[in-house]
Design a protein around this ligand. Sequence first.
Ligand SMILES: NC(=O)c1ccc[n+]([C@@H]2O[C@H](COP(=O)([O-])OP(=O)(O)OC[C@H]3O[C@@H](n4cnc5c(N)ncnc54)[C@H](O)[C@@H]3O)[C@@H](O)[C@H]2O)c1
Length: 273
Amino acid sequence: MLKEKTFLITGIADEQSLATYAAKEIIKQGGSVICTGLGVSPFHKDLSEKAKAFLNKNFEDFKEAVHRSLGNSRVEVLDITLEENLDSLSRQLKEEGVKLNGLLHAIAMDKTIRNKKVKPLLEVTKEEFCDTMDVSAYSLIRLTRYLLKYGVLQNDASICSLSYIAAAKVTFHPYRNISIAKAALERITIELADELGRSHGIRVNAVRFSPFMGSKAGNATLNEEDIEISNRMSPLGNAAPQDLANEIVHLMRPKSRITGEIRHVDGGYHITG
Ligand SMILES: NC(=O)c1ccc[n+]([C@@H]2O[C@H](COP(=O)([O-])OP(=O)(O)OC[C@H]3O[C@@H](n4cnc5c(N)ncnc54)[C@H](O)[C@@H]3O)[C@@H](O)[C@H]2O)c1
């Protein structure tokens, strides 16, 4: 289905990252992937020793996960907030003649959730709000802009990002700050679908997925109880990462006319409550 197609995969932290499942399925369907992971780049400035150690460990875990799950797929460092990092990566891909048929945006960060506790919105600072927005939502615009600037992202490519029902509804475990960023990510998806559909024939969609504790982000924010409640409320029970991977492959298929969609892979959770 995806023979001779190449996809950029962001957001792999380890083997349990949702992006790892998606990349594995893309490869199974004949595609190839270039994976980006968060690590120390030449474009970081004034990193503390602690931050450096965190980023280095993150990148090692990322490389290990790619090696174990995705064979010899290419890996690159990318901090999605750094313009220079994106410019350099996109230029390099261009110089090597890489042509991308799609990309997966699977990146989110919110420092107002600590030890599974969510800060009330009234206490969220402007800096915390803007950081979360930058990493989790605006980054989709920034990533797309640089890949297009260098002609790496092909006409007819497919862009997919990962969201959550909290973008639209207050759920039994409200996320507050990141919910607002997810709402922005979904609106960006729709606006880009219109812009890029007309200018480049590029499709842009987002998928809202069930809560999943296996990944680092999921584990940092969810409790077992949340998973059970959601499982009970969903007519088909919680969706699994493989269900999500199948849907992403479906959206990545060439020549479909699906765009501007906010899809649900959540066992039907969204129709309840
Ligand atoms: N786990 C869930 O319950 C769930 C449900 C629905 C949607 N999602 C979404 O799926 C996506 C992937 O999350 P996951 O659950 O696989 O967790 P994860 O922790 O495996 O992935 C989050 C990724 O974001 C990356 N990241 C954070 N800041 C970055 C930056 N500045 N530059 C580059 N990368 C950065 C991390 O390195 C990590 O790879 C996120 O958008 C998340 O909101 C998760």
